[in-house]
Design a protein around this ligand. Structure first.
Ligand code: KG4
Ligand code: ZN
Length: 399
C-alpha cells in the first residue's frame, strides 16, 4: 500500500511516498527556516502563506521523485493536529481536495504520534533513481524571470531551506522496525513526553513537560547566547567547542519521575549569563550576548545542553527500568541531537537504532508511515468534513 504523506503543521512544507509503512520512495521537504530566522522564530501568518506558495510543487515533486503517478497511490495521509491553525489548514485542504479529485482514501494523522514513526522507515526503494530532498531543482521553472513582475511564487526562492540534505540512498536507516512494548522519548519544539506503546495505536502517556518543551528551551537559550535560530542545532554546534561542566546549572525535581520541566533551567542559564557578564537581572536580555566572549558562549551552550540532555536521559532510563520495553526510540527535532544519542546509548543497556537526522525534524515520510499502520485499524475519513485541531495532546490512547 503506497501512501502519500503531507505535512504542513509548522514551518516545513513536506510530502513523501512510503509503501507499507517501511519503504521510502521519496521525501521532499521545503523548509522556511531562512524566512523565520529573520524574525528569530516562526511567524504563523508568514508560515501559512509560504505553505500555500509551495504546497503543489512539493506534492508534485514527491510523486516525480518516487517515479509514480496518481494511479500508483493507494491513499493520502495528512497532519490534522496539532500545529499552527493556518499551516494545518493549507495541508489538510490540499489533501482533502486531492482525495476527492483522485478518489483516494484520506487518513488524518496526529503530528506528534507521527514523529515516533520516523523510526519505522527501514528501506529505500532503490530502483527509483531520481530522488531528492529539496524542491530546488525542479521548481526552478516557477521562479519569475528577470523581466517579469514578481508573481505570487516569488517567495519560493526565499523559502528554500538552503541546507543540502543529500540523497536518500545515502541515508543510514535502522535495520529493523522497533518491537513492542516500545518506549518513545518525544522531544520537539512543542513537545517533551515519554510514551509507552503496547502496540500500534495503543499507548500510554507516562509523563510530559510541565512548562517549556525541550526544543523551546534550546531555542530560548540560543537567543540569550546570541546564537542563530533554530537554537537546537546552533547550541549543539557551539557546544562542540565548549566545556559542559564549566557552569553548574540545576536539574528540576518533580513528583512524577517521568515528567519534565525546562523553564527553570532556561531561567538559571539567563541568571548565570548575567552573573558572568557582571550585570544584574534588570539588564535587557537581548543585549547580553554581545558581552559574552566566544569561549563563554560555547561553554554556556555545552553546559546547558549537558543538563537538558541528561535530564531527558534520566527520565528515559527510569522508565526503561520500570517497564522493561523491548525497544526505545527517540523522536522529534531534538532527537537529531548527537549528545542526546550519545548519552542515551551509554546509559541504556540495549542497542538503539536511531532514525536519520532528517527524519527527526518535520517531514512527510513519518506521516505516510503512520498513515499505513493507522489505515490497518481505522476507516478513512470523509474528505468533505475534516477539521484541523491546533492543540491536541497525545491523550487519545487507542485508535
Ligand atoms: O520536530 P520539530 O522539527 O518541530 C516541532 O514539531 O516542534 O522540532 C523543532 C525543534 C526546535 O526547537 C529545534 O531547535 C530543535 O527541534 N532541534 C534541535 C536539534 N535540531 C533541531 N535541538 C537540539 N539539537 C539539535 N541538533
Ligand atoms: Zn514536529
Amino acid at each position: 500500500m503506497k501512501i502519500l504523506g503531507i505535512e504542513t503543521s509548522c514551518d516545513e512544507t513536506a510530502a513523501s511516498v512510503v509503501e507499507d509503512g517501511r519503504r521510502l520512495f521519496s521525501n521532499v521537504v521545503n523548509s522556511q527556516i531562512d524566512i523565520h530566522a529573520l524574525y528569530g522564530g516562526v511567524v504563523p501568518e508568514i508560515a501559512a502563506r509560504s505553505h500555500i506558495e509551495v504546497i503543489n510543487p512539493v506534492i508534485n515533486q514527491a510523486l516525480t521523485d518516487a517515479n509514480l503517478t496518481w494511479d500508483d497511490i493507494d491513499a493520502i495521509a495528512v497532519t490534522y493536529a496539532p500545529g499552527l491553525i493556518g499551516s494545518l489548514l493549507v495541508g489538510t485542504l490540499a489533501a482533502r481536495t486531492l482525495a476527492v479529485i483522485h478518489n483516494k482514501p484520506l487518513y488524518p494523522i496526529h503530528h506528534v504520534e507521527a514523529h515516533v514513526y520516523a523510526n519505522f522507515i527501514t528501506e529505500i526503494a532503490h530502483e527509483n533513481a531520481q530522488m531528492s530532498e529539496t524542491v530546488d531543482a525542479s521548481t526552478e521553472h516557477l521562479q519569475p524571470k528577470a523581466d517579469q513582475a514578481p508573481g505570487p511564487l516569488s517567495n519560493l526562492e526565499r523559502s528554500r531551506s538552503g541546507a543540502d540534505i543529500g540523497s536518500l540512498s545515502d541515508l543510514v536507516l535502522p535495520s529493523h522496525q522497533p518491537e513492542f512494548p516500545m518506549l518513545a522519548l518525544i522531544v520537539s519544539g512543542g513537545h517533551s513526553q515519554l510514551v509507552l506503546f503496547k502496540d500500534h495505536g495503543d499507548y500510554k502517556l507516562l509523563g510530559q513537560t510541565q512548562d517549556d518543551a525541550v526544543g523551546e528551551a534550546f531555542d530560548k537559550v540560543a537567543k540569550i547566547l546570541g546564537l542563530p535560530y533554530p537554537g537546537g542545532p546552533s547550541i549543539a554546534k557551539a557546544a562542540l567547542d565548549g566545556d559542559p561542566l564549566k557552569y553548574s546549572l540545576p536539574k528540576s525535581k518533580l513528583d512524577n519521575p517521568y515528567n519534565f520541566s525546562f523553564s527553570g533551567l532556561k531561567t538559571a542559564t539567563l541568571r548565570a549569563v548575567q552573573r558572568e557578564t557582571g550585570v544584574d537581572f534588570t539588564f535587557p536580555s537581548h543585549e547580553l550576548a554581545e558581552r559574552l566572549s566566544e569561549q563563554q558562549r560555547n561553554d554556556f551552550a555545552a553546559s546547558f545542553q549537558n543538563v537538558a540532555v541528561s535530564t531527558l536521559v534520566d527520565k528515559a532510563q527510569r522508565a526503561y527500568q520500570d517497564f522493561s520495553p523491548k525497544s526505545v526510540v527517540i523522536a522529534g527535532g531534538v532527537a537529531a541531537n548527537q549528545e542526546l544519542r550519545r548519552q542515551l546509548s551509554e546509559r541504556l543497556p540495549l542497542d538503539i537504532e536511531y532514525a536519520p537526522m532528517n527524519f527527526c525534524t518535520d517531514n512527510g515520510a513519518m506521516i505516510a508511515t503512520l498513515g499505513y499502520f493507522y489505515a490497518q485499524k481505522v476507516a478513512p475519513t470523509d474528505p468533505y468534513n475534516l477539521d484541523v485541531i491546533p492543540s491536541l495532546s497525545m491523550t487519545k490512547t487507542t485508535w
